[in-house]
Design a protein around this ligand. Structure first.
Ligand SMILES: *Cc1c(COP(=O)(O)O)cnc(C)c1O
Length: 377
């Protein structure tokens, strides 16, 4: 979102491109919006979406909890004064020594999706809380997380029951319907599966009380997605239908929705060229690409809206490419991007809704290009 604050920042023209600038007011607004729409549901911000200190501090001051995936993310949160009680180690694939480190730092809630991982937790973090991630459909998501994490619901129920024998406290379940999810109906499919796991374990004397709905709440990119209300309404409907008779702690782990549209990347056009007399498609080379902080353009999955200084003028088809010498560093070739014919070398362009999954993904210096600069205002 090109907010007034960001426009003023850009108008000073003080920093060389490329850089990310994030309006923290929008981060606060997005957080508040989710909390307002899902009363009684606790937020665990998915740190990986944007781990910048100003973002974490702001959410800490809103009393957010944090979903972390590594010892480094845990230490970062603790350093900022977040209580270990407010952290979950949500990755289902961890080194045993990292589980032990987290345990020694006071973290008491761990995710798993397999027996060997559960056994690691039992050894390294005895008597702690565990929740099991199960598989659920991710179709409709622009950035799916389908197969890598989670187990089938029947395995999840068995493992949660086994956790007791291992001296752990089986809290409940988690799932993720896929990032940038455009199909809110996926919530009810996942909630049905969750309820079934609650019922199966309860028949075996294990009463679950924790329901982690994960992330998936969308940002707005080139093709407008459904709005956040469509998601939260679907969640409320599903919860009412399936969990009204249970006393549970429900949590969400939003990442993209909180930070995505709060930031923009400014970039500079390095070259506009034509490769064949027979082809009028221009190649536009930017000073940012896949390695500089836009990995989500992989397979053209996330399609950012691009603003130029000539947005009302005549456009033509383009291939948009990054600055490195790597052939894979092409942003968009097949998605029908068109940019103004006037666009030329040295022009500044803005890549909108780039606050999530950008800066922290930029390489440390592939081809000599430094990591993406970040400003939080
Ligand atoms: C990445 C991730 C999230 C955040 O997902 P968004 O789609 O960005 O909201 C939440 N939970 C887990 C376990 C994740 O890995």
């Amino acid at each position: 979102m090109l907010t007034k604050k960001i426009q003023e920042f850009l108008s000073k023209d003080q920093f060389e491109t490329p850089f990310l600038v994030v309006d923290l007011d929008i981060v606060a607004k997005n957080y508040q919006k989710l909390v307002d729409q899902l009363p009684g549901v606790d937020v665990f911000y998915a740190v990986k979406a944007n781990p910048a200190i100003p973002v974490l501090e702001l959410l800490r001051d809103f009393d957010s909890n944090f979903d972390t995936a590594s010892i480094q993310e845990i230490e970062l949160c603790l350093k900022l004064g977040v209580s270990p009680e407010c952290l979950s180690f949500g990755h289902t694939v961890k080194k045993e020594r990292d589980i032990l480190r987290a345990f020694n730092l006071g973290v008491k809630t761990f995710a798993f999706d397999s027996l060997p991982e559960l056994e690691k937790i039992a050894r390294a973090a005895p008597s702690t809380n565990v929740f099991c991630r199960f598989l659920t459909p991710n179709d409709g998501a622009d950035w799916p997380l389908t197969d890598k994490f989670g187990c089938s619901p029947d395995i999840a129920a068995d493992l949660l029951c086994q956790a007791v024998g291992l001296g752990l406290n089986p809290l409940g379940v988690s799932f993720h319907i896929g990032s940038q999810q455009k199909k809110p109906s996926n919530w009810s499919i996942a909630l049905e599966k969750a309820r079934r796991i609650f019922d199966v374990t309860s028949e075996r004397g294990v009463n679950l009380s924790f329901l982690n709905l994960g992330g998936g709440f969308p940002s707005q990119y080139r093709v407008p997605s459904c709005n956040i209300e469509q998601h939260t309404e679907e969640i409320k409907k599903g919860m009412k239908k399936l969990f009204d008779d249970k006393v549970i702690r429900a949590v969400i782990e939003p990442g993209r929705f909180i930070v995505g549209d709060a930031g923009i990347i400014q970039s500079e056009v390095v070259l506009v060229s034509q490769k064949k007399y027979s082809d009028h498609k221009r190649w536009v080379y930017l000073d940012i690409g896949k390695f500089g902080g836009l990995p989500e353009v992989l397979n053209e999955a996330i399609q950012y809206e691009i603003k130029t200084p000539y947005d009302n003028e005549k456009v033509g088809p383009v291939v948009i490419a990054g600055p490195t010498c790597d052939e894979v560093d092409i942003l968009y070739d097949h998605s029908g991007y068109q940019l103004p014919l006037k666009l030329s070398i040295g022009d500044k362009i803005e890549i909108l809704s780039a606050g999530a999954y950008s800066a922290s993904y930029s390489s440390v210096g592939f081809n000599g290009f430094p990591p993406l600069k970040e400003y939080y205002i």
